[in-house]
Ligand binder design. Structure first.
Ligand code: NAD
Ligand code: IPM
Ligand code: MN
Length: 357
């Protein structure tokens, strides 16, 4: 029996609500399979923990997490705790400490999900974003000078290392090659005359090793427009940390909403645990109401199954999500239904059991 040790950081707001469903689903999959199981260890870290202890996680939190095979994270952030503290001291520090330099975010309109785009057929929305996840605009480098004075200045540096750019771009080329897809790089070299010129140059240089991969390169402003007007242009997409953050919320909007947007933070070398999380936040506006859609988390659970090598189950779980969406009987309010978070989780489990039998 394979045992996978998972650290659960459910976090804040709707985080614990959606993570409960993700865990339920993963347990059901392992039960149905019988050859592996998950061992979940819960960590109480997040904004409540901060309010009590003055810190977002235990001092040796990173050391504790290091022992796990993966991390399952809900969401972080709550009113009353400054976002730059809550996110930096928990989510971002995990991504950086564990060198999770690939943020893999599918932007795919699943069967049965609402298509909000006019004149776009659903099958034309099928991309995978490879977002740089450890440096760039999120390097956390800068300074705050003359605080509170009339000559106050803040500097926020973008840090783009050759190693950091090459590895994420190479990963994207490999993915495009393996899947026989095109690769699009999104940057902004007309204005960001150091970082993005460098990015574009590396995209071109690494591309010489992959003559079989057809490539495109767009400026981020035009790319945002094309994602809405003509999304079929995009298959595999590689971009910087901040552009990837923004474009994948746009991606969520065209692929069924925030309740369906999944993500994996990968350390491809598996030297450290990877982390699986829905891309949405803690949604304080609906927290505690039972309205949170757990399907993004279930999709992230599917990414976790894929990562552990259970591709059949990973695909199967996506099939279950598509069936639940297509039937349209048990959906949360963001998708036009009136079911609760846990009812949707139960419905996924029912589908898993039906498919299996
Ligand atoms: P958000 O993603 O939490 O919410 C944006 C909108 O989408 C809200 O109207 C919310 O109700 C809706 N929504 C999000 N997830 C949903 C779901 N599963 N089902 C139904 N509706 C859903 O973004 P925000 O409001 O900008 O941020 C709230 C907090 O979360 C902030 O503190 C922010 O910093 C944090 N945040 C955390 C993460 C993370 O932990 N990964 C990601 C994004 C934002
Ligand atoms: C995301 C989130 C985070 C990010 C925030 C909460 C720091 O928006 O995962 O998309 O910008 O990466
Ligand atoms: Mn985001």
């Amino acid at each position: 029996m394979n045992v996978h040790k998972i650290a659960v950081v459910a976090g804040d707001g709707i985080g614990p609500e959606v993570i409960d469903e993700g865990i339920k689903v993963l347990n059901e999959v392992s039960k149905l399979d019988g050859s592996f199981r998950f061992e979940f260890t819960h960590f109480p870290w997040g904004c409540d923990y901060y309010k009590e202890n003055g810190k977002m996680m235990a001092d040796d939190g990173i050391e504790q997490l290091k022992k796990f095979d993966a991390i399952f994270l809900g969401a972080v952030g709550a009113p009353g705790v400054p976002d730059h503290i809550s996110l930096w001291d928990l989510l971002l520090i995990i991504r950086k400490s564990f060198d999770q330099y690939i943020n893999l975010r599918p932007v795919k309109l699943l069967k049965g999900a609402p298509n909000v785009l006019k004149d776009v057929s659903p099958e034309d929305i099928d991309m995978i974003f490879v977002r740089e996840n450890t440096e760039g605009e999120y390097a956390g480098s800068g300074s705050w000078l003359f605080k509170g004075k009339t000559n106050e200045v803040v500097i926020q540096d973008g840090v783009f290392s050759r190693k950091g750019c090459e590895r994420v771009i190479r990963y994207a080329y490999e993915l495009a090659k393996a899947q026989g897809k095109t690769l699009t790089s999104i940057s902004k070299a007309n204005a960001l005359n150091y970082s993005m010129v460098f990015w574009d140059q590396i995209f071109e240089d690494v591309g010489k090793e992959y003559p079989e991969v057809k490539t495109f390169s767009y400026l981020v402003d035009a790319a945002s427009m094309f994602m809405v007007k003509d999304p079929k242009r995009f298959e595999i997409v590689v971009t910087s940390n901040l552009f990837g953050d923004i474009l994948t919320d746009l991606g969520a909007a065209i692929a069924g909403g925030m309740g369906l947007a999944a993500g994996a933070n990968l350390n491809p070398e598996r030297e450290f645990p990877s982390m699986f999380e829905p891309i949405h936040g803690s949604a304080p506006d609906i927290a505690g109401t039972g309205k949170a859609n757990p399907l993004a988390t279930v999709w992230s659970a599917s990414q976790m199954l894929e990562f552990f090598g259970y591709s059949k189950w990973a695909d199967f779980l996506i099939d279950c999500i598509e069936t639940v969406l297509s039937e349209g009987r048990v959906l949360t309010p963001d998708l036009g239904g009136n079911a609760t978070t846990s009812k949707v989780g139960d419905e996924i489990i029912r589908k898993l059991q039906e498919f299996k039998s």
